[in-house]
Design a protein around this ligand. Structure first.
Ligand code: UD1
Length: 444
């Protein structure tokens, strides 16, 4: 315990030093001249939300891991920066990202890094599994709600981890961590993934109940199993992990990002003329595929993706609510709302997951949308047209929703704070410009 306290003290001093450093970056915005019909092919990048835990979980291997399709999202770059602190040697050659994991060390993860990336919390489980001790500053991330981490913490505690929360840090001692049973009090994607990672190398069987069923959880299990782990049940509500002694190196390709696929399909539903989205898979987005068809959009599926066309007229979807997978994803709610602003009729959208996830509403209203918000409900009455305006992206997906609105609106739109959009979309403006959109990245 004495060593543990020493660890806490050392980390607080480092935290103070880091909080004194500042990062000035040149601001950029999107300038959009809306109303252009979009056609051609667009390819969906690999899933950000699968990559983030997978990158963190890589440190459980002490060999080399190669990713064959790593996108240039700032969230991925930020995770790589944290991995470097832990001693990972990283090489990038285009989309190929190689991690040399031979010399991993246990370092504090300071506020400077966790502030940029909520997914930094994913390092806690792997660090505990590897070093039996870890400390990490509370994670930051997009401004969509309070986003506590109590479910992660109580799950670790139920495996025997001792945790002290002090001065904005979480200090963990896992000397007595044992395989066992974890029953999650409510469904959390991140907590499911965190605990899965902490149990991969634990001797014996760990069973997780009431877990998230998101495709990203399944992909994390696929990644570990490819390295020799024994995880079964991912994708259902119960996961079993039989601990193994070590993980071997691997080359891995992550599945396409279902939220980006959904964003492109929604854009195509407003402006597409035979717009083909390669990597849009019904299996990951069943509910969206069904809704688009119900709204009257033409959507044709093939083995590589889906082609969408719009005649600019579609029905409003009467009611959707965001809930854990396989229900409607909260990460598509702002883009879906942008789509609904022009639907024929009235649509009711209920946001159940994050309390601040209607920040885009005011911006859409500036563009002529008719939206009324009461608590977690947004009532969207379809209008004839949106008009260009100067708007602000308050978070990643809100920003994506505004891009869709700007592209369909009449006249010029500027979108500020696009660094949020870059967290999870790769040069979105270039990709949409190739389809015929008039969108540019300009200095503020
Ligand atoms: C992940 C996704 C995020 C997505 C979200 C919901 C990644 C990197 N991010 O986030 O894009 O919007 O799933 O699909 O995969 N909660 C608690 N305590 C906790 C953890 C969560 O109360 O300890 C609450 C959250 O505030 C939220 C709900 O549980 O209301 C679900 O959150 P969770 O599934 O954990 O989301 P993330 O893993 O953070």
């Amino acid at each position: 315990m004495c060593l543990f306290l020493h660890f806490i003290l050392k980390n607080n001093i480092c935290n103070l030093k880091n909080s004194l450093s500042y990062n000035f970056t040149m601001k950029e915005k999107f300038l959009i001249n809306g109303g252009k019909i979009l056609s051609g092919e667009i390819e969906v990048e690999a899933s950000k939300n699968a990559y983030l835990p997978i990158l963190a979980g890589s440190i459980l291997c002490d060999d080399e891991v190669t990713f064959l399709n790593a996108p240039y999202f700032t969230d991925i770059e930020n995770m790589c920066e944290i991995l470097k602190i832990l001693g990972v040697k990283i090489r990038r050659d285009g989309e190929v990202l190689s991690l040399d994991l031979h010399n991993i060390k246990n370092e504090k993860i300071s506020h400077e890094h966790t502030n940029k990336l909520r997914a930094s919390i994913f390092l806690l489980g792997p660090l505990l599994a590897k070093f039996r001790q870890a400390s990490i500053s509370y994670p930051g991330g997009c401004n969509i709600g309070t986003r506590p981490i109590d479910i992660h913490i109580s799950a670790f505690k139920s495996l025997g981890v001792k945790i002290v929360e002090r001065h904005g840090y979480i200090y963990c001692n896992a000397q007595n961590m044992r395989a066992g049973k974890v029953v999650f009090s409510s469904i959390s994607v991140g907590a499911t993934e965190s605990v899965m990672m902490s149990a991969v190398l634990l001797k014996g069987k760990t069973t997780l109940y009431n877990v998230a069923r998101e495709p990203e959880v399944k992909e994390l299990a696929n990644f570990f199993n490819a390295m020799g782990a024994k995880i079964s049940g991912a994708g259902s509500d119960r996961i079993e992990i039989e601990g193994v002694k070590r993980l071997k190196g691997v080359s891995f390709k992550v599945f396409p990002d279902r939220i980006i696929a959904g964003t492109h399909l929604l854009l195509g539903a407003m402006l597409g003329k035979n717009m083909r989205v390669i990597g849009a898979r019904r299996e990951d987005n069943e509910i969206l595929f069904n809704i688009l068809k119900e709204c009257g959009c033409s959507l044709e599926e093939d083995e590589m993706g889906a082609t969408i066309s719009s005649n600019g007229k579609y029905n409003a979807c009467r009611f959707i609510e965001t809930l854990p997978y396989p229900n409607f994803p909260t990460d598509l709610q702002p883009q879906f709302m942008a789509f609904q602003t022009l639907g024929k009729g009235t649509s009711v959208i209920k946001e159940n997951l994050f309390e601040n996830r209607f920040n885009h509403v005011m911006e859409l209203v500036k563009m002529g949308a008719d939206i009324f918000v009461k608590d977690r409900l947004a009532i969207v009455k379809g209008v004839e047209k949106l008009y260009g305006a100067d708007v602000f992206a308050s978070d990643l997906r809100a920003g994506a929703g505004l891009v869709l609105a700007g592209l369909v609106a009449e006249g010029y739109t500027t979108i500020s704070n696009i660094e949020y959009i870059d967290r999870g979309y790769e040069r979105l403006e270039e990709k949409y410009a190739r389809l015929g959109a008039d969108i540019k990245r300009v200095k503020e």
